[in-house]
Design a protein around this ligand. Structure first.
Ligand code: BV8
Length: 227
């Protein structure tokens, strides 16, 4: 059975990583236009770097939860028949044991060099706010967070759509269904014959599009579903 699992911020919530749209979420203190668009980075790179520096530093204080571990067990069981695509830029899937994770919106621990387009590890020896060492590949000093902002094209869309078109089952975990193209994956999978299941704390904006839905914490629902 070919399975595609899409995860969102809700799968990391029980690890202590703030979601975007829940109470006290990331958008509480920030406007998307000020921290998550290419125009914002052009206009005020220091503000954008500060937003991501804080989230990157917080990564060292959180641990994967039972939902992440359960998806790693699912990868063990299904092998190549599982395609895990996440909207999250944290590394909790990897730290929870998943070895093949498609980060469609990029990764906090990666940097994108505007000089040579290389994706390089985020420099550990970062100086002050936004004071970054040069790109290890080309020496340019123009590194940006390797994150897909609003108005930018998510990574690997062809690969994602290919897996959705072949899926027997599409499972969405911990996402509000507020942002496209990820929010449209359920319809695409369904149109290609997949069964669809939503596992979320509460009905998402796209809940009505799923064949089945279970509501509750991912740390309970995902292990129940996997095991
Ligand atoms: C693109 C990275 C073209 C950055 C992010 C008008 C109509 C339709 C679309 C648009 C439009 N105007 C503009 C657009 C396009 C736009 C968009 O969709 N805007 C929205 C606001 C309308 N999209 C884009 O710009 C995208 N690019 O369209 O390019 C294209 C497309 C395809 C092919 C070619 C070209 C790029 C969008 C990417 C933006 N980057 N993140 C960063 O992380 O800082 S978005 C960010 O928000 C996330 O990555 C995620 O994708 C999105 C939604 O977040 P969620 O993960 O769902 O989190 P949220 O807080 O919203 O919800 C949490 C859920 O978890 C809740 O449901 C909650 O109930 C649940 N939960 C909470 N606790 C738990 C839980 N569930 C289980 N257990 C728990 N314990």
């Amino acid at each position: 059975m070919r399975v595609v699992v899409l995860t969102g911020a809700g799968i990391s919530a029980e690890s202590g990583v703030p979601t975007f749209r829940d109470a006290d979420g990331l958008w509480e203190g920030h406007r998307v236009e000020d921290v998550a668009t290419p125009e914002a980075f052009e206009r005020a790179p220091g503000v954008v770097h500060a937003f991501y520096d804080a989230r990157r530093e917080a990564l060292d204080t959180v641990e994967p939860n039972p939902a992440h571990h359960a998806l790693a067990r699912l990868e063990q069981a299904l092998g190549d028949d599982l395609f895990l695509v996440t909207q999250n830029i944290d590394d909790l899937h990897e730290r929870g044991g998943s070895t093949r994770v498609h980060h469609m919106h990029g990764e906090l621990r990666s940097a994108l060099c505007l000089g040579c387009d290389a994706h390089v590890p985020w420099p550990a020896e970062q100086g002050g706010l936004g004071d970054l060492p040069p790109c290890p590949r080309c020496g340019s000093c123009a590194l940006r967070p390797d994150v897909v902002w609003f108005g930018e094209v998510p990574y690997g869309m062809d690969e994602i759509l290919g897996h959705l078109a072949e899926a027997d089952l599409f499972v969405s975990v911990g996402t509000s269904g507020a942002v496209y193209p990820a929010a449209g994956f359920v319809q695409y999978a369904r149109a290609h014959g997949a069964r669809t299941l939503e596992l979320n704390l509460e009905p998402s904006e796209g809940s009505h599009l799923f064949h089945d839905a279970r509501h509750g914490p991912a740390g309970v629902l995902v292990p129940e579903w996997v095991d």
